[in-house]
Each structure stands twice: as C-alpha cells, then as structure tokens.
Design a protein around this ligand. Structure first.
Ligand SMILES: [Mg+2]
Length: 178
C-alpha cells in the first residue's frame, strides 16, 4: 500500500527551473508531447499573460520537436487567455490529481501518454496525475513563494515526500518508461 502510494508521489525528474530541462534529450528518448501546468510552473499564480521565462521554455521544447499543451486545473477563461499569449492549445479545469485532463490532452494530440511528459510544481496534483495517466512526471520547483494557505499546506507535505526520496535537481530521467 505504502509503496503504491510512494510510486504515485515520486517525480521521475526534479528540476529547479524549466531552463534546466534538456528537451532534445526527451525527444531523443521518444517523447513527443509536453504538458505544462500554469500556476507556479510557467507563471505567477493567477497570470493572464506569459512572460519571457515561459516563452523561452515553450520555444526550447518546440524547437526540440515536442508538441506543447497547457493542462491546468484553473478555469477556462483565464487559461484560454494565458495559453493564447503563448500560442498554445490547452485543457482547462483538468481536475488533477485525476488523470482525466492529461488523457484528454493526449487524445486530442493523438499521442500515447507513454510519449508525453507532464511538467508541474505540485506533487499532489501534477505528479500524481502524470503517473496515473502513464506519462513521465517532471516536478519543477515553484516559481514563486507567495501562495494560498491550502497550497502552503500541500508544500509542507511535499517537503516530507521530497526529503524521503532524497531528490536532487539536475538529474534528468532520460529513459522512457516501459
Ligand atoms: Mg501549479
């Protein structure tokens, strides 16, 4: 039971920021789709428009040959506006930790979840949903510290999980899951 939960919580890759990710290596390993969380992954919580940091990450992934799509739990109105500033398609109200939004994104892109990467800042939503859908789970350190109380509570739990796994940034998992 514990090991099963542990498997769902452990990111495959952990990075300090999106600039660390080696997208060409992901492509080389057979990945074709990058799914991205918005709040505290690409942008400040509540953002309506992308900044240079987000643009750079998307541009690097696309240049490496990877399709990109936003998968966010936030509502459609804001995510549609945000995704438009990056020229990206999106799935809003994804209900992570459910795998539903990720599966929907993969279905629309016609790419198997095994060839997709979910990148997000929260273990209890992004990482769990990635594992449940069967894609590579990449945890990125949150961009900003100011967060709502319920998110701060989740951070506390995440720190316990991360310390348990002794995860370090800078080691990108390269092998595709079988
Ligand atoms: Mg987030």
């Amino acid at each position: 039971m514990i090991s099963r939960i542990g498997r769902y919580l452990k990111p495959d890759t952990y990075c300090a920021d999106l600039d660390e990710l080696d997208f060409p290596a992901f492509f080389e390993d057979g990945y074709r789709l990058v799914l991205l969380d918005v709040d505290n992954t690409l942008a400040r919580h509540g953002s309506f428009a992308a900044d240079e940091y987000a643009r750079r990450a998307i541009s690097r992934a696309q240049t490496a040959g990877l399709a990109c799509r936003i998968v966010s739990n936030a509502g459609k109105k804001r995510i549609q506006a945000y995704a438009a500033t990056l020229g990206l398609p999106f799935v809003a109200w994804a209900r992570k930790p459910s795998a539903q939004g990720i599966r929907e994104a993969c279905r629309i892109e016609n790419i198997e979840p095994e060839a997709a990467i979910m990148i997000g800042d929260q273990i209890l939503t992004d990482i769990v949903s990635a594992h449940r859908a069967g894609c590579l789970a990449v945890l990125v350190r949150p961009r900003y510290n100011q967060e709502a109380l319920h998110v701060r509570l989740k951070r506390y739990l995440e720190r316990i999980v991360l310390s348990g796994y002794k995860l370090k940034t800078g080691k990108q998992r390269r092998k595709k899951k079988n």
